[in-house]
Write a protein that binds this ligand. Structure first.
Ligand code: GTP
Ligand code: MG
Length: 606
């Protein structure tokens, strides 16, 4: 049966091309909100980090009614590190809105998500967004999108994609630039006409794949998925199937989506996207099947992680002072819980019970988890991110590559090229765009670690960089690391202005007067290659001869401060980032000065 009363779409795009803003507009124009209701901008970006960082991290469901048809809409993240989220939810839809910024045109993540959508044979609709921009290049961008489809070997049918022009922020869509439309009606019409309605069997035995897990403090685990076959009823007994095992379970409550809410329903039929509670052990990839005739589904396969970090219990001199959850038990439970919902992340135990190897799709993917943990009250320490390599069938070492796009004003091209050359990047393409140069590279993922900090300095903040996983390639050889050593605290104590004054000739300081530090903490960056132990806690000897006001002559240079991501980029192999709810500190893995000295001479001998 064709369910003409239903459509399922995902909105996919590169980061910031306006997906969440478009969902706002679609919700508003579907009468979801009361006329005078205050609605936050980017209302779907509902968690703290999403609002603070201004990006979508988790894919989310919503639904609107349009002329009697229910449209389930999935908003997805555009940042490459959350590509796993996009891949996973694409299995629930029949078509996608591919948003492309009318100025920027297709970017690395546009290509990545479009490839995933085409592989799953989803019907694409191209939406050129932000056509209100004075610098819009609508005509060229449409051509560029067509080229992208061709490059990705789209079928003839896929190449016939409809194009809608839109300004999500102003809430209108048009079929051509001179179309007078001032609302989204043209977009809704294209969706209803082009996205296939689900073709399903409502009478067959129930089958649904668990696609997403969500939590709610009151009801516990919420299972989200699309019913593939049959009909599901509130309170019904089902079979929950997990790989080889299966067991009987009872649906606690059944919800369907309506605007931003989940509404309790008595039944739902194949084709619809629903949420269930009362299944505390359901996992992503499990099948919810008919009680009598259970048949398993297979289906969620996503790209492997490319980057890993070791998370361990905080062992700094200040451990336990600022957090609530500080033991290896806490750390372990929290990480295992994360793996249940964050399917593109992997967790491995190590030789010691205090340390875990966590692998993800990029630095941001992992740092969002670290940031969530510190907000929840955890203390932990994390090692330098390392790229995951493997050997192919011939035994050759393979490393992950990234497609890197850089937009910079012409003046900075030299500096950027030089930096990237050392990092084994290969220039593939260069185009000029309204005063900017767009350069496309292929670079080992390894080469990108620590590059963002350097790039911001080299371009004085004028450059934009984007990258996305681009497959595996033969190992490209050594890439030089940080060229400067660390300034390391000689002893524990409190930083003094006098102490900093003496230290700052050596390099850039990271600490301020009165700050408490510990032996082995990294308090600055040396201007030379090796590490140096140094004491910023030194007090001035008060001599009778000098006036007491002579400290005034101390001129302190403002310290360099680090966000979590910047700290992770800064550290070397023998260093760690200490994370607590209140602080982010960098430290040597070996804190004791004497032990560190011994280790150094041992390394030299090897
Ligand atoms: N000029 C203009 N700006 C827009 C339009 N749509 C969105 N924006 C702006 O673009 C920025 C990003 O918008 P979002 O909706 O968060 O983009 P997104 O695609 O959801 O981003 P991610 O989820 O992080 O990938 C915001 O500052 C929006 O206000 C538009 O039609 N015109
Ligand atoms: Mg978004």
């Amino acid at each position: 049966m064709i369910r003409n009363d239903l459509r399922n779409i995902a909105i996919i795009a590169h980061v910031d091309h306006g997906k969440t803003t478009l969902v706002d507009a679609m919700l508003k124009q579907s009468g979801i909100f009361r006329a005078n209701e205050y609605v936050q901008e980017r209302v779907m970006d509902s968690n703290d980090q999403e609002r603070e960082r201004g990006i979508t991290i988790l894919a989310k469901n919503t639904a609107v009614m349009h002329n009697g048809t229910k449209i389930n809409i999935l908003d997805t993240p555009g940042h490459a590190d959350f590509g796993g989220e996009v891949e996973r939810v694409l299995t629930m839809v029949d078509g996608v809105l591919l948003l492309v910024d009318a100025y920027e045109g297709p970017m690395p993540q546009t290509k990545y998500v479009l490839r995933k959508a085409l592989e799953q044979h989803l019907k694409p609709i191209v939406v050129i967004n932000k056509i209100d921009r004075p610098d819009q290049r609508v005509t060229e961008v449409i051509d560029e999108v067509l080229d992208l489809f061709i490059e990705l070997e789209a079928t003839d049918e896929q190449l016939e994609f409809p194009v809608v022009l839109a300004s999500a922020r102003s809430g209108y869509a048009k079929l051509s630039m001179d179309d007078p439309s001032d609302n989204l009606e043209p977009l809704f019409k294209v969706i209803l006409e082009n996205i296939p309605a689900p073709d399903v069997d409502l009478e067959a035995p129930l089958q649904m794949l668990v696609n997403t897990l969500d939590y709610d403090d009151y009801v516990g685990r919420i299972v989200v998925g699309r019913i593939l076959r049959g009909t599901i009823h509130n309170g019904e007994n089902i079979t929950l199937m997990h790989e080889e095992t299966s067991k009987k379970a009872k649906i606690g409550r059944l919800y369907s989506y309506q605007g931003l809410k989940r509404i309790e329903a008595q039944e739902a039929g194949a084709g619809d996207i629903i949420a269930l509670i009362g299944l505390p052990d359901a996992e992503i990839g499990d099948t919810i099947a008919d009680l009598e005739n259970p048949e398993i589904l297979h289906g969620i396969k996503i790209d492997e992680p490319t980057l890993s970090m070791v998370f361990s219990v905080n062992t700094s001199a200040f451990a336990g002072r600022e957090g609530t959850f500080v033991t290896s038990r806490h750390l372990r439970d929290r990480l295992f819980k994360e793996m249940e919902t964050n399917v593109s992340m992997k967790l491995e135990e190590t030789e010691t019970p205090d340390a875990f190897k966590v692998s993800g799709r990029g630095e941001l993917h992992l740092s969002v988890l670290i940031e969530s943990m510190r907000r929840e009250g955890f203390e932990l320490q994390v090692g330098k991110p390392a790229v995951i390599m493997h050997r192919n069938e011939e035994g050759k070492l393979q490393e992950p590559m990234e497609a890197l796009t850089i937009d910079v004003p012409q003046d900075f091209m030299g500096a950027v090229m030089e930096g990237l050359g050392l990092r084994k990047a290969e220039l593939l393409n260069m185009t000029e765009m309204a005063g900017y140069l767009r350069m496309e590279f292929n670079i080992p993922a390894r080469g990108l670690i620590g590059f963002r900090n350097q790039f911001l300095t080299d371009t004085k903040g004028n450059g934009i960089m984007n990258h996305v996983f681009a497959g595996w390639a033969d190992y490209k050889g050594d890439i030089p690391g940080r060229t400067r050593g660390s300034l390391v605290a000689f002893e524990s104590g409190e930083v003094t202005p006098y102490g900093i004054d003496k230290c700052q000739e050596r390099g850039v300081m990271f600490v301020v007067p009165n700050q408490k530090i510990y032996e082995g903490q990294i308090i600055g960056e040396n201007s030379r290659e090796d590490d140096m132990d140094i004491n910023p806690c030194k007090k001035k000897h008060v001599s009778n001869m000098r006036a007491s006001g002579s400290d005034d002559s101390v001129h302190l240079i403002p310290p360099r401060t680090f966000s979590l991501e910047q700290a992770l980029e800064q550290i070397n192999e023998d260093e760690l980032v200490e994370v607590t709810p209140k602080s982010i500190r960098m430290r040597k893995a070996i804190l004791d000065r004497v032990d560190r000295g011994r280790q150094r001479s041992r390394n030299k001998k090897d």
